[in-house]
Design a protein around this ligand. Structure first.
Ligand code: LMR
Length: 400
């Protein structure tokens, strides 16, 4: 009965790893998926995560019962505090609901399905370009996906005028997906002044902000700085949705741990919103997993572990910044034609190089360097040892 099926293509991001794994070359380099690697090119488990796991193992009272539909309640409270700030008016007034979800993707999907069911506007605007999974998540959630201008290939920076025009022309009440920090794939973020203009425009048109926060702490190295745009929207008293992921900032990729928060106008509304979120979650996966959320809760509740985490997070962010400098410098010393200053100007895990699909394919074929076809490279996958190889490949492809 399935013989009519055609072979589906690999995922544009995760498929890069599949191709990389098949390559026997000893010099191969995976700069596709946004996953942190050490200077030795190895995945990193944070020390605080190991300590938290040890605590969990030592605690013989721990059981493996089902969590409630909304997940681990302490984790939810701590996650809201982490993203909105301990002094957030929304937390103080109890007008927020937070549910544990399966990392960023799961949080976006639950939020998308909730909006498709209960919000009067079914159109969501996403940035052009954006993370490849965004349009799929929201289309399958039942929303209509449209794009707004964001990136200017000429300047390799923000197309702020285009952004304001497109959001200004959106139907009142439309949902707008905003990357809280470290925009994926471009590494280009609005300034705080630009965020303020975006906020004013969106509030004046009743546009609903839906933040995707996958990199808190990764862009600037500071958890508070990276959450600032979200906090600006919450401080004005209006509603918003926030999807949080702990994949990158705690290195909990495979634990699939994240949270969806919905900031409402009153505690009463927040309670009813939560009751409806449970109706979205229960038939989807019943309740979320316990282990990852428990690790996060141990770290966030303990002052010492929390401080240790911020140091480890800063070290990861700093290593990425150092990779940017090294790659920029390596291209400069090779005299590679073109302006490569965007490598040091863009922030977060990725550099949007400006290389086209044919150039990417050449680099993969000739240099065994794997990256997404849009020219995005994960700076977190680079090391001092591999920078020269990448610089050689970029130099070769732009001078050929
Ligand atoms: C990425 O963009 O590489 C990451 O967010 C991982 C993923 O799931 O695509």
């Amino acid at each position: 009965v399935f013989s009519h099926l055609v072979q589906a293509p690999e995922d544009p991001i995760l498929g890069v790893t599949v191709a990389y794994n098949k390559d026997p070359s000893p010099v191969k380099l995976n700069l596709g998926v946004g996953a942190y690697r050490t200077e030795e090119g190895k995945p990193l488990v944070l020390n605080v995560v190991r300590k938290a796991e040890q605590q969990l193992i030592n605690d013989r009272t721990r059981i493996k019962e089902y969590l409630p539909i909304v997940g681990l309640v302490e984790f939810n409270k701590l996650s809201a505090k982490l993203i909105l700030g301990a002094d957030s008016p929304a937390i103080r007034e109890n007008r927020i609901t937070t549910v544990e979800c399966l990392s960023g993707t799961g949080s976006l999907r639950v939020g998308g399905e909730f909006l498709a069911k209960h919000y009067h506007q079914k159109t969501i605007y996403i940035t052009q370009p954006t993370w490849g999974n965004h349009p799929k998540i929201f289309t399958l959630a039942g929303l209509t996906v449209k794009t707004y201008r964001y990136y200017d290939p000429a300047t390799r920076g923000l197309n702020f005028q285009g952004l304001l025009e497109d959001l200004g022309a959106a139907a009142p009440g439309s949902i707008v997906l905003l990357h809280a920090c470290a925009h994926n794939p471009t590494g280009v973020d609005p300034t705080i002044q630009q965020w303020e203009q975006i906020r004013k425009l969106m509030r004046s048109k009743g546009l609903m902000p839906f933040f995707d926060s996958a990199y808190q702490g990764f862009a600037s190295g500071s958890l508070d700085t990276d959450a600032k745009p979200i906090r600006m929207f919450v401080a004005d008293g209006g509603e918003c949705l926030v999807a949080q992921s702990y994949a990158k900032n705690m290195g909990l990729y495979g634990e699939r741990v994240g949270a969806l928060s919905i900031v409402c106008k009153s505690a009463d509304v927040a309670g009813r919103v939560e009751s409806q979120l449970k109706l979205v979650i229960r038939p989807m996966y019943s309740s979320p997993p316990i282990h990852g959320a428990s690790i996060v809760a141990v770290i966030l509740r303990d002052k010492n572990l929390f401080n240790e985490w911020t140091l480890e997070l800063k070290a990861m962010a700093d290593r990425i910044i150092s990779m940017r400098k090294q790659l920029f410098e390596a291209l400069r010393t090779r005299g590679t034609p073109g302006d490569w200053s965007h490598i040091i100007k863009q922030i977060g895990m990725f550099t949007f190089t400006g290389l086209n699909p044919a150039q990417v394919s050449f680099m993969t074929k000739e240099y065994h360097i794997y990256m997404t076809s849009d020219g995005r490279i994960s700076m977190a996958g680079l090391s001092s040892k591999t920078v020269p190889h990448l610089a050689d490949a970029i130099h070769a492809v732009v001078t050929k």
